[in-house]
Write a protein that binds this ligand. Structure first.
Ligand SMILES: Nc1ncnc2c1ncn2[C@@H]1O[C@H](COP(=O)(O)OP(=O)(O)OP(=O)(O)O)[C@@H](O)[C@H]1O
Ligand SMILES: [Mg+2]
Length: 441
């Protein structure tokens, strides 16, 4: 009998759609091949946050069933990308001595230095550390060390970036996915998943910002020297543009959404008096192209010139030779790349998933970059457990004080959405979160 394939499954909890990306892992090469994508319209999620548990649960079940029927296999556990709105990025530094004379850096030293840098963080009550990302190691004063393990020196330093999220947000995500009959084997903030899904490693090295324009949120991630320097979620997305059009032009939401997708933001459109006809409640209304694009541009100007620009400044990265990479559903708006490029005076390109060639046609465009990125995130953690550290909250009890811990190479694999892989440790983590925040509800 043929062995069951080893699956990695990513669940992208979007405001517009729930996407489930299924990949088959080749345990010999460590590579994963996407074999199917399932999807269902999102329900019970607004601005990236779960607002109705039952509705969101049903939407997740529908998306998972869609994926299961595509791949012909059952799905039991998933790594979940969620919005992480209200998250905060905190930078800290840690330093340890390796002894009087130079010696090789061991796994225990890396654990020790990460703990040292984390001890500098005052985690507010009812919040927890979701991701811990070593941004840069410095060995004996030499910065830019990618992976210090086995290197020789006397003094090791690290700069850490920690992503702190409200515990209740995680709790709701876990509850919802569990109610849908799935085990949560990992959690990832959406901007991290979407950037891993659409960026080449050369771009990430050069310095680049990824802006994932979704339905209810805009994820921003700034990369430099291959590492994310800032990850954030702005609670504004394509739905706001649709609502603006519906309010200003007084047309139904469904018409406004279709209108938004039909226009181009090319410079010509702003001078065009060509009429667009829209049927609304039995009447035909007529608007000029200029009127429509000006409403869209107004929201985009606020989003990019104020909110996104602010995130770029906060990242502390002064040079972005790779410019801005746009992804997510709204990035499909015709002429958006050139429009944003003029607005921010930076190079801008639109990118879909790097793995688009392996994804089903119609389910491989920009909207699916974050779903595909979950698989890349899981694989990166598998290859190097010190690159993206998910907090092992069970080790420290209360979720509000969660600290990341690694116990050695390969430790991450226990938390990597593998079908039928034991995930008792993660269950314990989630049980702990449940216990520690139950008085919030
Ligand atoms: N061709 C298009 N032109 C303009 N907007 C589009 C186009 N196609 C899709 N959109 C918009 O993209 C948005 C959905 O994008 P996406 O699927 O990436 O969101 P999501 O991942 O479900 O939401 P979020 O990440 O914000 O939680 C909707 O607002 C939709 O109207
Ligand atoms: Mg999205």
């Amino acid at each position: 009998m043929k062995d069951e394939p080893d699956l990695l499954v990513g669940l992208d909890l979007g405001t517009t759609k729930i996407a489930v990306v299924v990949a088959e892992l080749d345990s010999r090469s460590g590579e994963a091949q996407i074999i199917g994508v399932g999807e269902a319209p999102s329900m019970g999620i607004r601005k990236g946050m779960i607002v109705n548990l039952d509705q969101a649960t049903r939407a997740i079940q529908a998306a998972v069933e869609d994926a299961e029927s595509m791949v012909g296999l059952g799905i039991e556990d998933v790594t979940v990308a969620f919005s992480g709105a209200e998250s905060a990025s905190v930078r800290t530094r840690g330093m340890i001595s390796l002894g009087r004379s130079a010696r090789q850096v061991m796994i225990e030293d890396v654990d020790r230095i990460i703990e040292a840098a984390q001890s500098e963080i005052a985690v507010p009550v009812n919040r927890c550390i979701l991701h811990t990302i070593p941004v840069e190691y410095t060995l004996d004063g030499h910065p830019g060390i990618d992976d210090p393990l086995d290197m020789t020196g006397v003094r090791l330093e690290v700069e850490l970036q920690s992503i702190i999220v409200p515990s209740a947000v995680i709790q709701n995500v876990v509850n919802c996915v569990s109610k849908a009959g799935l085990d949560v084997s990992g959690l990832v903030m959406k901007p991290l998943a979407s950037s891993l899904g659409c960026l080449s490693s050369e771009e990430a090295m050069a310095g680049v910002a990824v802006v994932d324009l979704g339905g209810g949120t805009t994820g921003v991630s700034v990369f430099s020297e291959g590492r994310p320097r800032r990850l954030s979620v702005i609670p504004v997305g394509g739905d706001h543009i649709t609502n603006d059009l519906a309010c200003v032009l007084r047309i139904p939401i469904s018409r406004a959404d279709a209108l938004k997708k039909s226009v181009s933001l090319s410079p010509d459109s702003f001078g065009q008096n060509e009429k667009i006809e829209v049927e609304s409640l039995g009447k035909i209304l007529s608007f000029s192209t200029r009127e429509v694009v000006e409403v869209i541009a107004c929201r985009l100007d606020e989003l990019f010139s104020s909110l996104v620009e602010n995130e770029l400044k906060e990242s502390g990265v002064s040079m972005l030779p790779g410019g801005i990479v746009l992804t997510g559903g709204v990035s499909r708006l015709a002429g958006l790349d050139a429009y944003v490029s003029r607005l921010l005076d930076m190079p801008v390109r639109v990118a879909g998933p790097i793995d688009a060639g392996r994804m089903p046609p119609g389910m491989n465009s920009e909207e699916y970059a974050s779903g595909a990125g979950i698989i890349r995130y899981v694989l990166e953690k598998e290859r190097n457990p010190y690159r993206y550290i998910e907090s092992d909250l069970s080790l420290d009890g209360p979720v509000s004080g969660g600290r990341a811990k690694r116990t050695g190479r390969g430790a991450a694999s226990a938390a990597n959405g593998k079908k039928r892989a034991g995930n008792g440790a993660l269950k314990a983590v989630m049980e702990n979160i449940r216990k520690s925040v139950k008085d919030l509800f």
